[in-house]
Design a protein around this ligand. Structure first.
Ligand code: ADQ
Length: 465
């Protein structure tokens, strides 16, 4: 079996699996099986020559190799092009995207430095798996440096529609760079279709099965919807430790119906719209007053970026407004916690919540929706209210699917969830769990790696360019 090399902007821990999310665990598992190497940014910013050194560390046959970013790289590559340009654009938010040539050049340079640092560590028969929008050109850069190994890429966020993508001054360079990979994976069929649409219509390429031809090269493009560690998470949620967290929460809300939202504080997650839908619920259904309690957990993320500072202020104001308007001496309608919590706490809180609100405006997949379902008690499960714009909505049709831009519709769905009979809750939960077990995170990484194992790099003779 070839050695696996995973490349991602952030490198997960090799130990401490219960603290890390499902993705880090799944990648660490795949790396252990294949005695692999995980390469990327250390998470540290350091100027000066020592930041250029690769720091490597091995544990149980897996090597973790990282480099620091300089402050300029951190500003231009990470905060700049990745998070102020590609992130909003790929989430259909052209209005929030900043186009700055300096950011783009910084992005290219950082990708180059990553490739330079990784090249000496590579072996001829490695299988290289590159992750996410920070590293779109990484494969091309690596090939320019002579790499001939099989190279795969997975995009965790949505692929945008052609009309939005073409607003990016460097769109062609970035798409062309993807053709240096042997296999490109997307979260959903819809993302795949939008990618194909760009290749066929904008790049004048062609298609045969799942192989796309353009720029004189070819690549296999497929959808691989990511999952969670379903059974492991369900076990965690049923554990005594998680039960302890659930009991604490229940003591705080008495026997009110708990509604929960858990997200990174990001404008793609639809948080102001969700708060407004909750306000609408309290406006339309006065009988719900004192009967429901909404807990939103949203730790600050990318806190140096202006658009994230803005959304945080907006949420602070909305939370204050809703509580000011509806709170009673013995009832706080909305509790908003601006902090990260442990996975055990998370599992307990999901399980103690009768309604899970997952209402992003646009999301590659959204793992919170899957975790919420996996954490439920199968005998008395809660109800998931899920945005149609989350990648997970296609696989989770047994949830209550909503349009996050419609506060009345979301309020009505919450009300339906509040009164849903046990038999219906169980049926929906069973259907959702069936799918979550069928496509968990281990099968996601296995499917991708099996396809990459078999991907052929060369363009067969006589195919259209
Ligand atoms: P994210 O945008 O980060 O991921 P999501 O898929 O929901 O979104 O994953 C978030 C993870 O962080 C979950 O495992 C969740 O439990 C955890 N988390 C969130 N808030 C937390 C809190 N307050 N405390 C502790 N943990 C918290 C990107 C894409 C998604 C895609 C994933 C994986 O944007 O669409 O599903 O990658 O591919």
């Amino acid at each position: 079996m070839s050695r696996l090399v995973v490349v991602s902007n952030r490198v997960g821990p090799l130990r401490g699996a219960t603290k890390a999310g499902g993705l880090a665990v799944a990648l660490a598992d795949a790396l252990r099986t294949r005695r692999g190497l995980w390469f990327g940014w250390s998470g540290e910013v350091r100027d000066g020559p020592q930041g250029h050194e690769v720091q490597a560390q091995s544990l149980g046959g897996v090597t973790r190799a990282v480099i620091d970013l300089t402050s300029t790289e951190h500003d231009d590559y990470y905060n700049g092009f990745a998070n102020r340009c590609l992130w909003p654009l790929f989430h259909f938010r052209l209005d929030l995207a900043t186009f700055d040539r300096r950011y783009y050049e910084g992005y290219q340079r950082a990708n180059q430095r990553f490739a330079q640092a990784l090249t000496p560590l590579l072996r001829d028969d490695d299988l290289i798996w590159v992750h996410d929008y920070h590293l779109l050109p990484f494969g091309e850069t690596l090939r320019d440096m002579g790499a001939r190994q099989r190279l795969g890429f997975f995009l965790h966020i949505p692929w945008p529609v052609r009309e939005i993508l073409t607003a990016l001054p460097h769109h062609e360079h970035l798409v062309r760079a993807l053709f240096s990979y042997d296999l490109v994976g997307f979260q959903t069929e819809a993302d795949l279709l939008r990618f194909q649409d760009y290749v066929l219509r904008e790049a004048g390429g062609s298609q045969r099965g799942n192989r796309l031809y353009a720029y004189g090269r070819s690549v296999i493009a497929q959808a691989y919807p990511i999952g969670i560690d379903t059974d492991q998470f369900a076990t965690l949620a049923a554990s005594d430790e998680a039960g302890h967290e659930a009991a604490k929460l229940k003591a705080a809300i008495f026997d009110r119906t708990q509604i929960v939202g858990v997200d990174r504080l990001d404008y793609t997650k639809g948080l102001p719209e969700r708060f407004q839908a909750y306000e609408k619920l309290l406006e339309l259904y006065p009988e719900a007053h004192g009967q429901v309690s909404f807990l939103q957990i949203a730790p600050t993320s990318r806190g140096e970026v202006q658009e994230y500072i803005d959304i945080r202020h907006q949420l602070d104001a909305l939370a204050g407004h809703i509580n000011g308007r509806f709170a009673q001496l013995d009832w706080t309608p909305l509790r908003y916690i601006n902090r990260a919590i442990t996975r055990r706490q998370l599992a307990g809180i999901y399980r103690a919540s009768r309604i899970g609100l997952v209402t992003p405006l646009r999301d590659g997949m959204n793992l919170v929706a899957k975790e919420y379902v996996a954490a439920q008690d199968p005998d008395n499960p809660g109800v998931l209210v899920l945005s149609r714009f989350a990648g997970s909505a296609k696989q989770m049709a047994a949830a209550l699917i909503v349009n996050p831009y419609d506060p009345v519709g979301v309020a009505e769905a919450i009300e339906t969830a509040r009164h849903m009979p046990l038999a219906q809750r169980r049926d929906r939960h069973r259907a959702l769990m069936h799918e979550l077990r069928r496509s968990d995170v281990a099968s996601w990484s296995q499917n991708f790696l099996t396809a990459l194992d078999h991907a052929v790099a060369a363009v067969p003779p006589g195919v259209p360019a």
